[in-house]
Every structure is written in C-alpha cells, then in structure tokens.
Design a protein around this ligand. Sequence first.
Ligand code: SF4
Length: 293
Amino acid sequence: MATVIELPVDTYKGPVDPDWCPGCGDFGVLKSVQEAAGKLGVKPENLMVVSGIGCSSNLPGFIHAYGVHSLHGRSVPVATGAHLANTDMKTVITGGDGDGYGIGLGHLIHAMRRNLDVTYVVMDNQIYGLTTGQASPTTTKGHKTKSTPAGNIESPLNPLALAITAGATYVARGFSGEQKHLADTIAGGIAHKGFALIDVFSPCVTYNKINTYPWFKERVYKLEDEGWDPSADYYKSLEKSFEWGDKIPLGVIYKHEMDTYEDLEPALKNGALVKQPLEIDKKVFNSFIEELI
Ligand code: SF4
C-alpha cells in the first residue's frame, strides 16, 4: 500500500474567502473537506470539486482545487462526465439539500445505483438559504418558512434511507458543529471505492431558527461510540437511518464493498479516458470541439 503523505489544510486555501453569513454551518464543511483531502494526501491538482447552485454550492470558489460551479441541481451529471473523463482525479460533489434532494434528485438516484466512485457532501440546512428561506425537501413537517407561512404540510425526505436503498455504498451523516468528526467522515467517503453520500447538518443561522446548533447538539451522538459496524447488516443500517427525534446518529451508517461503475465500464479497462489515445483524426476532433464552444 502506498504511503500517504498528509498535506496541511492551508494547501487548499482558495483564492477568495467565503462570503457566507457569520456562523453559517458551511464554514465547518469547507474546513472539513480541506482537512479530509489533506489527511489523504490528495494534491489540489488531483482534486475536483463540483457544485450546483445555492449558498453551499459556492464552495468550489473557496477551495484550491479544480472546480466547477454548475447549474441548479445539475452538479451530479456534470461531476459524472468530468469524473469519467479522468477517473484518476478524486471527485467531490458539494451542495445543499434543495439542490441535491429537490432539483437534482433524479440525477442523484441514478449516480447512486451506478455506484459511481465519487463523494457527495450535502450541506443539509433544511431550508433554501440563497433564495431567503423557503421550505426544502428536508424541512420538517409543520415548520413555518417564507413559502409555508401556515406550517410545512409535506413530510421530509430521508436522504440516508434513500441512499441505502438506491445503491450508495458509503452512507453517512456529519454535523458542522462536530468539525473534526466530519473531516474524518468525509475522508472515509473519499477513500471509499464507490458512491459516498454524506448528509451534513449545516445550520442556516439566518433562515432556519428551528434546526440550530443547540437543537442538534442536544440530540446527536456518534455511532462509533456505540461500537456500530456499518458493514454488518444492510437491514440494520436501513433501520438505523430512520432514527430521528431525541437521538440522531452521526457517522457511517452503511458501508459495503462492491464493483463500481468504473470497474465494469469496458471503455475504462485501459485506464482514464483522458490518458488514452484519441483514435480519431486530430482535425476531426478539433472540429467537434469548435462546434461546442
Ligand atoms: Fe449560510 Fe443561511 Fe447565510 Fe446561506 S443564508 S450563507 S445557508 S446562513
């Protein structure tokens, strides 16, 4: 096994500082993604961060790595294409609950069932923050928001149960108020071979006055403190993913080793596409590119 040379977190300091509201949970997530990459010794030139639209989706602009700030809900297909072009890169998708579980949900389900070897970190603040506080797919029932003044009448989505049943092979939850634990959880997802979905409680201090840091701190506990084995039993993991209320678990809920999409795709048998011969005339290739730009 290759020796890992850890890199300092400053390696990933982006060209501009985040403009999130002071206290936003996304600060802790950014630091955790940077620390996770550093722990694994992933150099910035080997790291690609792809996002959609939303407060949290601004993250690629705040990290020193390759990045794409794509369209609302489209981070997963953009990341899929970029990743399949160069499977030697570590691909991390970042974004919010509205972007990933609402607008982009169809893409997410199919990426999980393919067991694509990417890591998706969802900054789940249970609200649409950028558009100033509307109900999102994970807003709890009864929650009064700008778009639900009489209280939310819809039941929230359970992203962990969805991920386990859709085919993701590393399913975890983190909390930006437990930043070091979150960094370890994200590092585990990046190191895992297969689709990693990490749902992160990342409080929106401006528009969600219910799911706050103190609200989570009273409830969360770490699965590893209870000796939880995420690989032991699929159905127990699924059951655990429904635990919510006075006690909410953090950590890796489900983990499974199996072939990835990349393992099975014949076009990748000889390695990353970007490193394979073009096998068409350069002029023809250039004419395709010209058509696209
Ligand atoms: Fe963070 Fe909410 Fe402010 Fe957006 S509006 S930056 S999610 S605190």
